[in-house]
Design a protein. Structure first.
Length: 256
């Protein structure tokens, strides 16, 4: 699930930044970067400075990212949660507009209503003995309250723009954004409550074992300052924690 989510997240990221998707299958994503994305991701400032100084257009690079661990040896860059490349992409998202407002492109000559959806991409981090991440994309229709998971996958087949199409008109939201976001948070909380957390139990078991070992090493001298420090360090390292935060989001107006 994590690999599929990461792959689709990357695909959506590059699509949203007007990059052509050249190939996308089995955890391998190849994209043709735009000049803007080449400047953002490829660290070639001197190339672009030189090209512009001689009045040329320049040639943005192609980038192949591999999210499938079984394809690590494929020509491309292995990307995963915690990798520098993914962190670079996350930082780019944070630096740019955090929330967007876009409309589905509709070719029509009839008056057509466009319905608002709050779309939120959320990262869940599990921290303990082993660290894991999941990405969720959830949409909530701001008129009926209908929810849809894997929303970014749905939007991939939809042509979007910042302006509304001719003959189309936006429907005013009945659900305010703070209320809508709370509903999405509730879905995430329910998902986490119903999820098996064997990783957390394993982390606590490991913490207990490590504390017993270090106490034995210091002959159970609980007042020893170094023992206290090591127990505190172990507790911070192995205590299971779940965090989630919004990567990005926005309101998307759709015909259906």
């Amino acid at each position: 699930m994590e690999i599929t989510n990461l792959h689709e997240f990357l695909k959506s990221y590059f699509t949203a930044h007007a990059c052509d998707i050249l190939t996308s299958s089995d955890g391998v994503l190849c994209v043709q970067l735009t000049e803007e994305m080449d400047r953002t991701l490829m660290n070639r400032p001197f190339y672009w400075h030189y090209i512009k100084s001689i009045g040329q257009e320049g040639e943005p690079m192609q980038l192949t990212l591999v999210t499938n661990p079984n394809k690590k040896d494929t020509d491309g860059e292995w990307i995963h949660f915690g990798s520098p490349r993914l962190q670079q992409i996350m930082n780019d998202l944070k630096a740019k507009q955090h929330n967007v407002k876009v409309f589905e492109n509709v070719a029509t000559t009839e008056h057509t209503p466009m319905y608002p959806w709050l779309v939120v991409n959320i990262k869940i981090s599990y921290q303990g003995k082993h660290n894991m991440d999941e990405l969720f994309s959830i949409g909530l229709q701001l008129v009926t309250g209908k929810m849809k998971t894997n929303m970014m996958e749905t939007l991939e087949e939809t042509s979007l723009s910042k302006g509304i199409s001719d003959f189309c008109y936006p429907i005013s939201p009945l659900i305010k954004l703070p209320s809508a976001y709370k509903r999405i948070e509730s879905v995430i909380d329910t998902y986490l409550e119903n999820k098996e957390h064997t990783w957390a139990t394993q982390s606590l078991d490991t913490l207990d074992e490590e504390i017993k070992l270090v106490k034995h090493f210091y002959n159970n001298d609980l007042d020893h300052p170094q023992l206290k420090k090591e127990i505190a360090d172990l507790t911070e390292r192995y205590t299971p924690i779940i965090k989630h935060h919004v990567v990005n989001g926005g309101v998307v107006y759709l015909r259906k």
